[in-house]
Design a protein around this ligand. Structure first.
Ligand code: C2G
Length: 446
């Protein structure tokens, strides 16, 4: 008798799961299915699992393919199960290719091709809580989106669009999704989009996606003009769609904790915020060559302005910019100084100058400091007059952190939570307004 084993969360059970189990069963005579516990999914960084363990087990059983269902509770269990149940074949979807090769000393390892399309009819009939998402753009951020989205239950990344055929083909092949060079066809196949294309194209894509009835998660900076930001939010509101600006710091749990403490009065009234983020970039990269949208501030300004708006608000009296330019005329280093009635703040960023990245929040009773990479907040300290009195806080920051914004985006779409306060429409509009001021000060077109 050939014994086969496979594992999964099987949340919001869909045809990808069904087809996997069907083919797993066909590989042998007896199929064991391991269903993950909530605790295990938490430790492996999977967010947003909706169904209870009991429901997920029931759904696996209903298929009729499983001869036995077991629970997967911890990392390392697969290895023991293979020995315990005398397994001949371990199988899992091809989105895991390579990850379980270490088991091949004990049994045969087979990766079954993952299901690219979760069809709309099936979703309409059985489950509307799975969002079929498509990506616009095939660059570095889009590459990072894929493994992060896989760890958010309820998202099925089904397609990618880029007018450039070869880039689309390569991306689609690597991630086993559908590639599109025709925007209409792309919209046809999805429910929502993640925009990860160059800054200058965001506005056009947001409008076209909303007009096609798609929810939008757009990478920062969403747009670079205040009027454009107002217009796209208004368009989303009219159509009852979600539009989200993806500044990952806003959605990560560590920053939420920091904000909670800063706003609780522990450090008194906030008088100064200093936020700095610098990185060295290859001179030939788009970030340092695009004559209109390149430079340090358009690239990193959203990160450093975000805590300032959160802590001191949107009613600043004045914003001044100071930049150092490289040979191309683009800013390699920019400092924006925000003047408020009762506080001042500096947002500093560099793409060709390296400095100590730090977030410092000074108040009338003490200060909070978070070292780089504070934008992926996992640790910060609260200090007071007495230098021995230091409170230390830490929080998990999983992977690349994109999963938090993806999860909140989904929560908003499904109307099961209110996470809009993490980065409000008004804050996104203000950010676009400051970007516009900067572009004007730099005398850039666009
Ligand atoms: N799957 C698929 N096609 C999809 C989606 C999922 O073939 N469109 C497969 C996955 O590759 C996996 C199974 O369905 O083999 C269950 O998927 P998930 O519930 O997402 O579970 P996963 O996180 O992949 O857990 O220990 C757990 C395992 O490592 C896999």
């Amino acid at each position: 008798m050939v014994k086969v084993i496979t594992y999964g969360t099987f949340d919001l059970f869909h045809e990808g799961h069904y087809r996997l189990l069907e083919r797993a069963k066909a590989l042998g005579d007896y199929l064991i299915v391991g269903v993950t516990t909530e605790a295990y999914d938490k430790t492996r960084g999977k967010l947003n699992v909706v169904d209870s363990l009991t429901t997920r087990i029931e759904n696996v059983k209903k298929t009729g393919f499983a001869d036995e269902v077991i629970i997967e509770e911890a990392a390392g269990q697969k290895f023991n199960d293979i020995k315990k149940y005398h397994i001949d074949i371990f199988t899992v979807g091809s989105d895991w290719v390579g990850a379980f090769d270490y088991l091949s000393d004990y049994c045969k390892v087979i990766y079954l091709e993952r299901t690219k399309n979760i069809s709309s009819t099936m979703l309409r009939e059985k489950n509307s809580r799975i969002q079929r998402i498509g990506i616009i753009g095939t660059g570095r951020i889009a590459q990072r989106f894929m493994p992060e989205a896989k760890l958010v239950s309820g998202i099925s990344t089904q397609g990618v669009y880029n007018p450039h055929e070869e880039s689309t083909r390569q991306f689609a092949k690597k991630w086993e999704i559908n590639g599109y060079t025709d925007l209409e066809e792309f919209y046809e196949a999805i429910d929502s989009v993640y925009i990860a294309s160059p800054h200058g194209t965001h506005y056009g894509y947001i409008k076209s996606a909303l007009e096609h009835g798609k929810h939008v998660l757009c990478e920062k900076p969403m747009v670079l003009k205040k009027a454009e930001a107002k217009e796209v939010f208004e368009c989303a509101r009219e159509k009852g769609l979600i539009l989200f600006e993806g500044i990952k710091t806003a959605y990560c749990p560590g920053f939420g904790k920091l904000l909670g403490i800063a706003c609780s009065g522990t450090i008194g009234n906030i008088r100064n915020v200093e936020a700095c983020f610098t990185k060295l970039e290859k001179p030939e990269n788009r970030e340092l060559t695009d004559p209109i949208y390149g430079g340090s501030f358009t690239e990193l300004g959203s990160y450093v302005m975000f805590p300032i708006l959160k802590l001191l608000g949107e009613d600043m009296d004045e914003v001044r910019f100071d930049s150092i330019r490289g040979d191309t005329g683009l800013d390699l280093f920019t400092r924006a100084v925000f003047r408020y009635p009762t506080g001042i703040a500096t947002a500093t960023c560099g793409l060709g100058v390296k400095s100590e990245g730090r977030l410092l929040i000074a108040g009338t009773k003490g200060y909070i400091v978070a070292e780089a990479p504070w934008w992926k907040t996992s640790y910060f300290e609260v200090h007071y007059e007495n230098p021995d009195e230091v409170e230390k806080y830490s929080e998990r920051f999983l992977g690349d952190g994109l999963r938090y914004e993806i999860s909140d985006f989904l929560t908003m779409i499904n109307r099961v939570g209110k996470s809009g306060f993490k980065l409000t429409r008004s804050e996104s509009i203000t950010l676009a307004g400051v970007m516009e001021e900067f572009m004007k000060a730099e005398e850039r077109g666009g």
